[in-house]
Structures are given as structure tokens and as C-alpha cells.
Design a protein around this ligand. Sequence first.
Ligand SMILES: CC(=O)N[C@H]1[C@@H](OP(=O)(O)OP(=O)(O)OC[C@H]2O[C@@H](n3ccc(=O)[nH]c3=O)[C@H](O)[C@@H]2O)O[C@H](CO)[C@@H](O)[C@@H]1O
Ligand SMILES: C=C(OP(=O)(O)O)C(=O)O
Length: 423
Amino acid sequence: MKKLLIHGGRRLSGEVTIGGAKNSTVALIPASILADTAVKFDSVPGILDVQNLQLILKSMNVTSDFKGGELTIDPTDIVEAELPSTAIKSLRASYYFMGSLLGRFGRATVTFPGGDNIGPRPIDQHIKGFEALGARVREENDTIYIDAPEGLKGARIFLDMVSVGATMNIILAAVKAKGTTILENAAKEPEIIDLATFLNNMGAQVRGAGTDVIRIVGVERLEAHNTHTIIPDRIEAGTYLSMAAAQGDGVLVKNIIPEHMEAFTAKLIEAGVELDVREDSIFVPKTDVLKPISIQTAPFPGFATDLQQPITPLLAKAAGTSTILETIYPARTRHIPELNKLGMSIQVPSEGLIEINQSSQHTGNTVKAAEIRAGAALVIGGLMSDGITVIEDAEHILRGYDRLIHKLTFLNGDIQIIDDDEA
Ligand SMILES: CC(=O)N[C@H]1[C@@H](OP(=O)(O)OP(=O)(O)OC[C@H]2O[C@@H](n3ccc(=O)[nH]c3=O)[C@H](O)[C@@H]2O)O[C@H](CO)[C@@H](O)[C@@H]1O
Ligand SMILES: C=C(OP(=O)(O)O)C(=O)O
């Protein structure tokens, strides 16, 4: 098991460059098996999710090579195989192999995915989509068996709720199906546009990504002719913006698409952080005085649930009580008792409602990262606290934060990683 050890209290300054979006990358890698050629990505984040997806690819005889942010994947000799369940369980997005294997072979057998423990995460809308396209879906012993003996045929699908995963998975299954699929009440996250861009550059016909109606006309072949550059990670960016506002003396966060994070930056500005939003970077000045604010999480373009936790420790500095209503995953509050161990004063009076009171004295302690963004909140909390903070179960954080130690050290943070298995 890995731990992070932070000597807190140091002020942060300098520059940090954001990596490619985890939630794009983890869809693009499964999508690559739909290609009839090798594919190449750049701006790929150095995260555990990528390593585990590479293991899954390898089990199907798909070669991949990841160096210096460039990832090449060659699916031309792909074979159907049993997928390694430990790797499948290590991340959420392994469910995208359901859509991509279905698109490639007309069948898929995939163990239930893992990922963050943030409350119930059903996949009924993914299954509803596959069935609408003509597949049969059976669930047995923690495994989903899907097949389409007659082939997949385009259909009209209306999602019962806005789901990023179901939208992506239905695109993956429909992109080579016969005829036209119309997906309504689709999610509008930038990562969905990124997936559509990658597929369209290979000859797919996916129109309307980024709106709530996506039309997909099935094609027979997909061929990559150029390198796909992954969009910047808006959640990693928001994490560093929050950290810089909490503990920085002036930090420039580079490689940002500001339009992807307006709900978040608007809230920082409302709280009194005088952000300088530039074309593809944001400067966060030293911020001494913060006002309390109210936030409600919502699907894009609303305030992202994945930034609920990273903004929580910052709000402990605001003069008054801030509130966050977590509407997507109401049980996503496992960071709260851990932040309170650092001396914060945060309550959860009812499920999904977080009340953050001002607290001025924060002291290091041993805490546990229950999941990726809870861990990110604890990293920020640890940097804000005097003395040593030890964050256990750090693997959750490393699932999705590109070269975290390197980036924080460069910002003058004092952070180390300890591997108990190697001790
Ligand atoms: C790999 C990835 O991109 N993960 C993101 C993705 O997760 P993920 O794709 O799993 O999240 P969804 O957008 O599907 O979930 C949104 C809501 O719909 C519900 N739901 C979803 C599917 C379904 O079939 N049935 C159902 O009830 C979920 O329980 C949740 O309440 O979007 C979440 C919401 O923005 C983010 O927190 C995750 O970081
Ligand atoms: C919930 C998240 O990830 P995943 O869906 O991969 O578990 C996240 O990135 O905050």
C-alpha cells in the first residue's frame, strides 16, 4: 500500500502544467480497439488507470507503448480473451470495454467495473442502450455477458438520466453499427466531445457531441491518420486552482481550457479569489480573505461533482459557513471526517449536504483517502496544515493525478510517497 507524507504549512508558488484528462483517456484507450490501424495519443497523463488499461489491452494481444506522454496502441492483431479481473476492478472505466468489444466483435464479457466508492453506481442505462441496439445482456456472478448474434442496428435511445458513462458506451457500441443511432438526453461533458473527435478523425460519423442529442451513423472501418491530443484535465486543473487559492503566494496553472471550468472558476471568483483567467492558463494570486459561498453539483456545464471535494478544504478559510449540495453522488462525503481530523469544522447534517465552517488552526494527522477526489481534498488539507500529514491508501489518488509528487515539489510543496510493500 502507498502513503503520501506531507510536511504542511509551506507556501506554494510557481507554475504547474495540467495533463491530459483522465476521463477522456480512460474512454479513448478502450475506443482504440475499434480501429483497423494503430492509433497514437499525446498529452496522456501518467496515472495508474492508464497502466491498468494497458494490462487489459495486453490480455487481448493489443500492444501498447507509453513514453513521455505519448501512447501508441496497435489493435490490429486483437484476439478475444478473458480480461484480467484485478485490472478491470481497479478502475471504473473498464466498463467502456463493453461498448468497444461489442462494436468490434459483436459480443463482450466483462466483469463488473471498480472505480471510486462514492455510493451506488448502477449501469442500467448502459445496458438499456446496448439492448436498444439489438444486443442481449445477461448478468451472472459479477460478470456481464453481452452478445448481438444478428449484429448491432442503430436505434433511438432516450437516457433516463444524464450519464457520462452510458453516453460514451453507447457511442462506442453504435459507431460501427448498421444505420443511425439517435441518443437523447445525452451527457454534454467535454470528454464526450474528445471521444467523438478521436472517432470522427478516423472516419466515424458522430454528430452533436457536447449537446444533449447525439446522432451516430455507423461506418465499417476506422483508420487513424494522425495523433490525437487529449484535452486538458479540468478536474486536475480545478484541484490545483483550489490548492493555490488555499495555500499559494501566486501560482500559474497552465494548459487549461477555461470554458470547460466556468462553473468552478465562477465560484472561486464569488468567494473572493481574484483569478486572472487567460487564454489557456489561469493565475491565482495570494488570497487572504474569502467569503462563504453555496454550491450545488450538477452535470456539465454545472459544478462538477469531482470538484466538490477539492474545493471543500479551501472553503474552511472563508469567513462564515459555506454549503455544498452534492446531487450526483449524495454519499460522496467520505473526505469530511478525514478533513476534520486536520482541525477543520465540517458537518454533513443530511445526506448530500455539506456545511463548512471557518477554521483557522489546521494540524497534520494520519488520514485515509477513501477515493480519488477525497484523497485530493486531503492533499490540499495536508498542505494547509502545520506538521506532518500521512495519507493512507494513496493508490486512489495516483489513479488519476498525473505526476503528483513532481508537480507539487515544483510548486514548493514538501511531499513524499512511501511504498509499504517495499519497506
Ligand atoms: C470515468 C469517468 O468518466 N468517470 C466520471 C463519470 O462517472 P460515471 O460515468 O460512472 O457517472 P455517470 O455520469 O454515469 O453518473 C451520473 C449519475 O447517474 C447515475 N447512473 C448512471 C448510469 C446508469 O446506468 N444509471 C444511473 O443511475 C449514477 O448513479 C449517478 O448518480 O461521471 C461522473 C459524474 O460526472 C464523474 O464523477 C466520474 O468522474
Ligand atoms: C469518480 C471518479 O472516477 P471514476 O469514475 O474513474 O471512479 C473521479 O474521477 O472523480
